[in-house]
Design a protein around this ligand. Structure first.
Ligand SMILES: [Zn+2]
Length: 316
């Protein structure tokens, strides 16, 4: 497994990097207080050795691990929860909307990757690619929503922020004593060979705005992200601006593919992938479908048949 040595980013906040593929890194974080520690996200099943190294470097024994904090229910954020929950005293904490995908991996796979088998087929190749990345289902012990807190002792407190957009239910964690913000995938990848994807475009934009305001208002010092290197506030604000420009480009490309003649979801998806140079796969399909639904709801497009859309051009 390709994984770096763990590093202590600021006192009590530890990080380890595992490379998921050539283009996608995964960063895992451990927050340590006087009375125990919390792991933020569980990576893939293959992340267990990296997490063990992270705990050892931070001096966290199994019995010190008190919480497994989830950001969202995607497979690369939950893979070691079942194993760690069994052997430590840690409790799994998640957004209510993430519970189903953590506890029921069949539903997770079906709704994440096989949501439109009529367009992206449920093939042996897709199953073979995804199967090793799905671990063992894990019970969620505690659900938490906006403003809920997790106390680790010595003034180390993680406060939950609800950040929908990439998925329906996603949490970020603000540790106020070190002014560190720990995030999952609400700041999505923008330049991978496939679309990282977002299921709620309008709420995604709102969450990005909220993160900008929060960074400025709370004097955030350090931002830790799941798929980007950690960064100081100024660099984080630049990243937010980059992701907003990417969201504009995605929106313009999808809605620009519509015209007076009906276009199918598949056509719009293929054209969006071609225009933006991305591989056609299930994440991008879900994203395009979500954008089309929002365009219809906002009156910028009309649905004229099953999966068929036309543009609504404003007059004048
Ligand atoms: Zn992820």
């Amino acid at each position: 497994m390709d994984c770096d040595d763990p590093v202590e980013l600021v006192p009590g906040v530890w990080q380890v990097r595992q490379q998921l593929s050539q283009e996608v890194p995964l960063y895992l974080h451990l927050v340590v207080g006087a009375e125990g520690a919390a792991l933020v996200d569980g990576g893939l099943p293959s992340s267990l050795p990296a997490i063990e190294r992270l705990m050892a470097a931070a001096g966290v024994r199994d019995r010190d691990l008190r919480f497994l904090l989830n950001t969202h229910g995607h497979h690369d954020h939950i893979g070691t929860f079942a194993a760690l929950r069994t052997r430590t005293r840690a409790r799994v904490v998640a957004d209510p909307a993430a519970v189903r995908w953590i506890e029921d991996l069949d539903a997770n796979l079906r709704e994440f990757a096989l949501h439109r088998p009529d367009i992206v087929a449920d093939s042996p190749e897709l199953r073979a690619e995804l199967a090793p990345t799905f671990g063992t289902p894990c019970p969620v012990d505690v659900t938490i929503t906006e403003g809920g807190t997790v106390r680790l002792g010595g003034g180390v407190v993680l406060e939950a922020l609800q950040l929908p957009g990439h998925v329906v239910g996603e949490l970020g964690w603000l540790e106020r004593s070190s002014r560190t913000l720990l995030l999952g995938d609400i700041v999505t990848g923008t330049s991978w060979s496939f679309f990282h994807g977002h299921l709620l475009p309008t709420q995604f934009r709102r969450s990005l705005h909220r993160l900008r305001a929060l960074t400025l208002d709370e004097g955030v010092h350090l931002v830790c992200l799941a798929h980007y290197a950690s960064r100081a506030a100024g660099e984080f604000l630049d990243l937010l601006a980059e992701v907003e420009r990417y969201l504009d480009q995605v929106t313009d490309t999808i809605e620009g593919a519509l015209g007076a003649a009906p276009r199918s979801l598949t056509e719009v998806w293929r054209r969006t992938c071609a225009d933006m140079g991305r591989v056609e796969e299930f994440r991008g399909l879900a994203m395009v479908q979500a954008h089309l639904r929002e365009a219809v709801a906002a009156g910028r497009a009309r649905c004229v048949g099953p999966d068929l859309y036309v543009a609504v051009r404003s007059e004048g």
